[in-house]
Design a protein around this ligand. Sequence first.
Ligand SMILES: [Zn+2]
Length: 262
Amino acid sequence: MKFWLFFIEGALLTIAVVAGVWAFQIWQEPEAIKPGGCQETISVGKSVNGVDIAACRLIGSVIDSNDALLVIGTVHGDEPDGKRVVDELMTQAVASDTEIWVLRDANPDGAELVTRRNANGVDLNRNFPVKWVASDPMARTYSGPSPASEPETQALMNAVEQIKPTRIVVFHQPYAQIDCPPERPATISDRLSQLTGYKSECIPGEKSGSPTNSYTGTFTIWVNSTFPETTAVTFELGLTTMQTKIQTIAKALKALAADPSY
Ligand SMILES: [Zn+2]
């Protein structure tokens, strides 16, 4: 009888020791790097109302790859769906040897006010300092008092200058097509079209409502005219987008980032 008690006590003690060692090992283990989230965040400016505008290098991205992809979720405050693409991108690991940056929201005040323009009533995508044209302050596409007058425009310029991406995809709505990049062949647009099913086609300038009937002072005009090594493409989502399509687009962006030939 005594022997059995001794045996059970011994067994219980062994279990307690093993469990203790196991718990200690788990407690000691460094926090594993999970896919998604930011490995590095840089502040590139503030909105008119003082909201921080930040860019994030996705976890798993290499540093200074010379082929960074920058994805911009939103420039117009009433076009929120590009942020869903960014959020989707942030849930998954990036392919090895690739560098992906995201700038989720370049117009946080516009998003808050659910308006296209910023808190000064300026259309940021007409405020860039290449082919800038003065326009009616009451217009939906008011280009601002002077080129790059707006802090959000300057924040986007800072992001490009600091990150030095070779490819930039910027989301807008609602034309459901991938625009041809100004000053560049449509290679990236065509590739994204293959991967997502959205048509790759130039968006006619008369849609812009500008006095010249062509786009003026846009982000992509500024990037493609200023940085010979960088191509910026506008991806127009539709009015509404199913989540499965958002996932397809996020995957396509990862594939684009992983293939420097585009
Ligand atoms: Zn837009």
